[in-house]
Design a protein around this ligand. Structure first.
Ligand SMILES: Nc1ncnc2c1ncn2[C@@H]1O[C@H](COP(=O)(O)OP(=O)(O)OP(=O)(O)O)[C@@H](O)[C@H]1O
Ligand SMILES: [Mg+2]
Length: 339
C-alpha cells in the first residue's frame, strides 16, 4: 500500500457557535484521486481550505507526507488549488494568469512556453491567451483557473467544483482529460463536487460528507453496492435507491434481519417478471424515456417506487407487479444504518 500523503485526525472547524466540520478522520494515499462529495453547505470548501492552509482547524491535526502542517502557512504546503470562485487576477490576461506562478519561481522561458502550449491546448483555451478574465465566459474562466493549477505541477492538487460551469459535453471530455492527467503525472488530487455522477466516474475513493460529518469513505463500487446508511443510498444513483417500509414485503417468504425497519433496492434491480420477492402490485404513474432505458414511477399502496427498465413499452395507468431477488435487497434499522 502506498504511503499516506494527506491525513486528517479528528479535525473540527467552527465559525463562532456554528460547527461546520466535526471529527473528520481520513487518510489519502499518494497518487490517488479522491472526491469529496456532499450537498451544498455540507462543508466541502471549508475542508479543502483547511487542507490548503487557507484556514485553520478549531481542533485536530493535519499531516502532509507524515509532517504535521496543522498550523503551517499555505505557501509552505506546496499545494495547488482551483477555487470555486476562480480567483483570477483581473488586470492580467489569460497567459499572464496561467504562467504567473512559474515566472515567480523563475522557470526558464522556453519551458514555460512549452508547458503553456500543452496545458492550454488540452483545456481548449489556447485561442484566448490575450483576453482579460472579464472578457471570458464562466466556463472559460474556470478552465484558466484549472490551467494555472495544472501547470504548476505541484504533487498535490485541490479542486473545488472545477467543472461546474461547463456544458455537459465539455464537462464529460474535461473529466477524462483531468483523470488521465492525474494518472500520468501521478498527482494526488482532492476534488470537491456535489455531483454524484462526477464522483462515481472519476474517483478512486469517495468521501461523502453530510452536514459536516463523514457519512462514508469508500471506493465508488462499495458506495454504490454497499451504502452504510440510507443517506448514502439515496445520495447515489439516478434515480437513487428506492427505500420503503419493510411492511411492504412482510408477506414474502423471506427471513428479515432483526431490527429491520426499511428496505432498499436499486431501480435497475426491480423486475416486472416474477422473482423471489414480490414488492407489490402497483400502477405506473410516470414514465421518463431515456432512449436506451425508461424510468417508471410505480405507485404501490402509498409508496412511489422507481424502476429502471430497458423495456419501453409500458404506459401511464398500467397496472403492474414489481419483483426482485433476495440478494438485491438491503435492510436498514430505525437510525438508517445498514444491517
Ligand atoms: N467564513 C465563514 N464564516 C461563517 N460561516 C461559514 C464560513 N464559511 C463557511 N461557512 C458556513 O459553513 C458551512 C459549510 O460551508 P462550505 O462553503 O464549506 O460548504 P460547501 O459544501 O462548500 O457548499 P457549496 O456546495 O454550496 O459550495 C455553511 O453553512 C456556511 O454557511
Ligand atoms: Mg463550496
Amino acid at each position: 500500500m502506498a504511503e499516506a500523503m494527506i491525513t486528517l485526525k479528528n479535525v473540527n472547524k467552527s465559525f463562532g457557535k456554528n460547527k461546520v466540520l466535526e471529527k473528520i478522520n481520513f487518510s489519502i494515499r499518494k497518487g490517488t484521486f479522491t472526491v469529496i462529495l456532499g450537498a451544498s453547505g455540507s462543508g466541502k470548501t471549508t475542508l479543502l481550505r483547511l487542507i490548503a492552509g487557507l484556514d485553520f482547524p478549531t481542533g485536530g491535526k493535519i499531516f502532509i507526507n507524515g509532517k504535521d502542517v496543522t498550523q503551517e502557512e499555505a505557501s509552505k504546503r506546496n499545494i495547488s488549488m482551483v477555487f470555486q470562485s476562480y480567483a483570477l487576477f483581473p488586470h492580467m490576461n489569460v497567459r499572464e494568469n496561467i504562467v504567473f506562478g512559474l515566472k515567480i519561481r523563475k522557470v526558464k522561458k522556453e519551458e514555460i512556453e512549452k508547458k503553456l502550449s500543452t496545458v492550454t491546448k488540452m483545456l481548449k483555451i489556447d485561442n484566448l491567451l490575450g483576453r482579460k478574465p472579464s472578457e471570458l465566459s464562466g466556463g472559460q474562466r474556470q478552465r484558466v483557473a484549472l490551467a494555472r493549477a495544472i501547470i504548476s505541477e505541484r504533487l498535490i492538487c485541490l479542486m473545488d467544483e472545477p467543472l461546474s460551469n461547463l456544458d455537459a459535453k465539455l464537462r464529460s471530455s474535461m473529466r477524462k482529460e483531468l483523470k488521465s492527467l492525474q494518472e500520468k503525472l501521478n498527482l494526488t488530487v482532492i476534488y470537491v463536487t456535489h455531483d454524484q455522477i462526477e464522483a462515481m466516474s472519476m474517483a478512486d475513493e469517495i468521501i461523502l460528507i453530510n452536514n459536516g460529518k463523514i457519512e462514508q469513505h469508500a471506493d465508488p463500487k462499495t458506495i454504490y453496492e454497499n451504502p452504510k446508511t440510507i443517506y448514502v443510498a439515496e445520495f447515489i444513483g439516478t434515480p437513487p435507491m428506492n427505500i420503503f417500509n419493510i411492511n411492504l414485503i412482510k408477506n414474502s417468504n423471506i427471513k428479515l434481519p432483526e431490527n429491520a425497519e426499511k428496505a432498499g433496492v436499486r431501480p435497475e434491480s426491480i423486475s416486472f417478471e416474477r422473482r423471489e420477492i414480490k414488492i407489490g402490485d402497483g400502477e405506473i404513474v410516470f414514465c421518463e424515456y431515456h432512449g436506451s432505458e425508461t424510468i417508471y414511477s410505480v405507485k404501490v399502496n402509498e409508496t412511489l417506487i422507481n424502476v429502471k427498465s430497458i423495456e419501453g413499452k409500458h404506459t401511464i395507468g398500467e397496472k403492474i407487479s414489481l419483483y426482485c431477488n433476495r440478494e438485491q435487497l438491503l435492510f436498514f434499522n430505525r437510525e438508517g444504518r445498514k444491517l
